[in-house]
Structure formats: structure tokens, C-alpha cells
Design a protein. Structure first.
Length: 122
């Protein structure tokens, strides 16, 4: 089956190591969360989009992954996962704080209407 993958344009080096697959999975959730927080552009729509509920879910998925793999990760894998979680949590809190600041700002008053002038328009 791997021979088929190589012939079909798959990785020439052979199957990916489980460590590489794990790190790729973590990076995938990291990229999704950053995109969902509006930190990076959505590559499909080419727009900055925010969906904090989905960002929270992506972070929680990584937290679940850390809990479920505790004791089964190499030092490098555990450090990487912890680093990513710390980075995402800090960014998430910063975005929530930014939302709170925006909500606390007073809304600008509409411009006062100008009294009519007696001068006719030319």
C-alpha cells in the first residue's frame, strides 16, 4: 500500500513518523484557533474572520489532547503542546479583553443638526 502512495506522488521519504503526525495535528489546531481569533487571514475567503466560540473549541480540543496523552508524549512533544496552549490562551484572553474594552467605549453621539441658514444656495 505504501508503494502505491509513493508511485502516486506521496512522500518520497516513506511514511511519516508518529511524532511528525502529532506535531502536525497540534499545528493544525493552532492555525485554526489563530484564524478563528482573527489573528490571521482565512486562506479560503482571504478575509480576517472572528469566531471566538470556535477558537475556544479549538483550544479545548488541544487541552483534551494533552490530558488524554499525558505520560505518552516525548519531552519535545509535551513542550510543544504546552507552548502552543500557552500562546493560544494568552491570545484568546487578549481578544476577550479587547472585546470588553470595545463594549465599554461610549458610543459616539450623532452629529448635532445644523440650524437652517437664510442664505440661499448658489
Amino acid at each position: 500500500m505504501m508503494a502505491e502512495a509513493k508511485e502516486g506522488g506521496g512522500a518520497a521519504e516513506g511514511p511519516l513518523h508518529q511524532r511528525d503526525l502529532f506535531l502536525g495535528l497540534v499545528q493544525s489546531f493552532q492555525a485554526a484557533a489563530m484564524q478563528q481569533m482573527g489573528k490571521v487571514m482565512n486562506p479560503f475567503t482571504e478575509k480576517i474572520e472572528r469566531d471566538m466560540a470556535h477558537a475556544r473549541m479549538s483550544i479545548e480540543m488541544l487541552e483534551m489532547l494533552r490530558t488524554r496523552t499525558e505520560g505518552n508524549l516525548t519531552g519535545q512533544e509535551a513542550r510543544f503542546l504546552n507552548h502552543v496552549l500557552t500562546e493560544l490562551r494568552l491570545n484568546f484572553v487578549a481578544e476577550i479583553d479587547k472585546d470588553k474594552e470595545e463594549a465599554a467605549k461610549p458610543t459616539p453621539a450623532p452629529p448635532a443638526s445644523q440650524p437652517p441658514t437664510d442664505d440661499p444656495a448658489p
